[in-house]
Design a binder for this molecule. Structure first.
Ligand code: ZN
Length: 279
């Protein structure tokens, strides 16, 4: 499942090809992608749009669209707001720049580029909203971006205060750490030397500060390595899997203290940690 670094990698690749271009034709073949909207309705509204920017919030791709040439003759004050396509890749969604299996949608650009959306498991979503609606949609679901300044130790401490849930489960909440998922949560806790089953509300101020730094460190490394390629073909080319400190490594020695790493469960998720130096 893609997390912030994998989505950021997808964002960069998509932005390089689509920013500033016009979508001449959009085709959406899978009604699951756009429901409850009809795929034809969404495709028609994408066709003719210029792509102003491809941004990322948490695990969402935020595709900002500009003025639609086809619409301009009908434009009124109420209807002049630009649209935003929110793409959530969920399990296996992603954009491809050559014909691919499991294509669910295709965007043809004004320069002849063909961009396919591929999704083996079909959990991904495309949600087309007015810009204001998109902001609200994201604001209620996501906390601040963990790599931006607004993600402070004070914010994290406030979110964790009084919570009995294991810290691993608490930081998977997207309103606490936008974009974090199972892999980078485990890696973050290793960097912070915090045991994943510690009750979230019992962390000291010093530990919360270490956790904030650990989260940022793990995510930055993931971005630099272009995410993790877990061999399922979904996010090919990433190198982060070669640098996991704990994730998937039960029975191997800890890089920091040599203790054999262990696997447990936290918040219903497989969780890897070092019993020697994560306390
Ligand atoms: Zn260790």
């Amino acid at each position: 499942m893609p997390e912030l670094p994998e989505v950021e990698t997808e964002r960069g690749r998509l932005a390089a090809r689509i920013e500033g271009r016009r979508i001449s034709v959009a085709r959406i073949d899978d009604p699951r992608l756009t429901r409850p909207e009809e795929p034809e309705w969404v495709a028609a509204r994408l066709s003719g749009e210029r792509v102003e920017a491809v941004e990322r919030r948490g695990k969402y791709l935020v595709v900002r669209l500009g003025e639609n040439e086809n619409d301009s003759q009908y434009e009124s004050e109420n209807d002049s707001q630009s649209q935003v396509l929110l793409v959530h890749l969920r399990m296996t969604g992603g954009f491809r720049y050559a014909p691919a299996s499991h294509e669910r949608a295709v965007l043809e650009l004004d320069n002849g580029t063909r961009i396919a959306y591929r999704d083996l498991r079909r959990f991904g979503t495309w949600l087309l909203l007015d810009a204001d609606e998109a902001e609200r949609h994201l604001a209620v679901r996501l906390g601040p971006e963990p790599l931006e300044r607004r993600f402070t130790t004070a914010f994290l401490a406030e979110r964790l205060a009084g919570r009995k849930a294991p810290i691993k489960a608490a930081i998977l909440d997207q309103r606490t750490v936008a974009g974090l998922g199972n892999i980078y949560a485990d890696e973050s806790l290793w960097h912070a030397r915090i045991h994943p089953l510690r009750p979230a509300g019992e962390l000291t101020a010093h530990e919360v500060a270490a956790l904030r730094n650990g989260i940022r460190r793990a995510l930055r490394l993931g971005i630099r390595r272009q995410g993790a390629d877990l061999g399922d073909g979904a996010y090919a080319g990433g190198r982060m899997q070669d640098e996991f400190r704990v994730y998937g490594r039960a029975g191997e020695p800890c890089d920091r203290c040599g203790t054999l790493l262990e696997k447990t469960r936290a918040g219903g998720r497989g969780t890897w940690y070092c019993p020697g130096c994560q306390v």
